[in-house]
Design a binder for this molecule. Structure first.
Ligand SMILES: [Zn+2]
Length: 239
């Protein structure tokens, strides 16, 4: 409650919204150093992209006044998905964001040799995508945050990919909002077992040669980071 003196009258009015310095945000670095996820067009593991983006986000969001931001597995231990969930659940986290970078189905990959090593790429698809799970106990808020994040990313002139909705084995995800790049994916452990609103962001497709180059520029990553910060702020104030 906030005390307000109004024409000599003492009024008590409720103040809505959260305080960003109290808001507990968990940023999950997808994968581990040994199990690094997808491999980019130039042979770099997804984990490297995920960690770089998470640390840049941490740096910038702290400057914006967020004081309770927790990076899950900053040290790069070989932890399980459930351990990530437990860390977030035990910490009374308000919002969980898992950071990833994307690939495509193997049938779309083109293979080539570099220094005697088999490499791959695919320029067929580009763009970000956002997932939430209907099995998360806070699925409405998960969806609400996913939509906000998609809106902020598209306002940064980023485009979503809709290839996860393709009716083929390994994809066929339920596309909830094509413009914002939001999908419902019920069975992702970090999305369904967390007790707080949770989303997974595939920040871009690293097997795409142009997109990998973009993701390697600070300017492009800043757009992603800024969109995340804006969406977290807006979500926080809507609570
Ligand atoms: Zn991943």
């Amino acid at each position: 409650m906030k005390k307000i003196i109004f024409f000599g009258l003492l009024l008590f009015v409720p103040v809505f919204g959260c305080k960003i310095e109290q808001f507990k945000l968990a940023i999950d670095i997808g994968h581990t150093p040994k199990r690094g996820g997808a491999t980019s067009a130039t042979g770099v593991k997804e984990y490297v992209f995920n960690k770089r983006l998470a640390l840049e986000l941490l740096h910038k969001i702290r400057k914006e006044g967020f004081k309770k931001v927790h990076i899950i597995n900053r040290q790069g231990d070989e932890i399980s998905l459930l351990q990530r969930v437990q860390i977030a659940n035990n910490n009374n986290t308000n919002l969980f964001i898992s950071l990833h970078h994307d690939s495509v189905q193997t049938k779309y990959l083109t293979y080539y040799q570099k220094d005697g090593k088999k490499m791959h790429y695919s320029d067929k698809y580009a763009g970000y995508s956002i997932f939430y799970s209907k099995y998360n106990p806070e699925n409405n808020n998960s969806k609400k945050y996913a939509m906000l994040l998609g809106e902020k990313l598209s306002q940064q002139s980023m485009t979503p990919t809709i290839h996860h909705a393709e009716k083929i084995k390994g994809e066929n995800r339920e596309l909830i909002d094509e413009k914002r790049g939001v999908y419902q994916f019920e069975d992702l452990i970090v999305l369904k077992k967390t007790t707080m609103p949770s989303v997974l962001l595939e920040s871009g497709i690293i097997v795409n040669r142009t997109e990998e180059n973009k993701l390697n520029t600070k300017e492009y990553r800043d757009k992603i980071v800024d969109a995340i910060i804006k969406s977290v702020k807006e979500y926080c104030h809507s609570q």
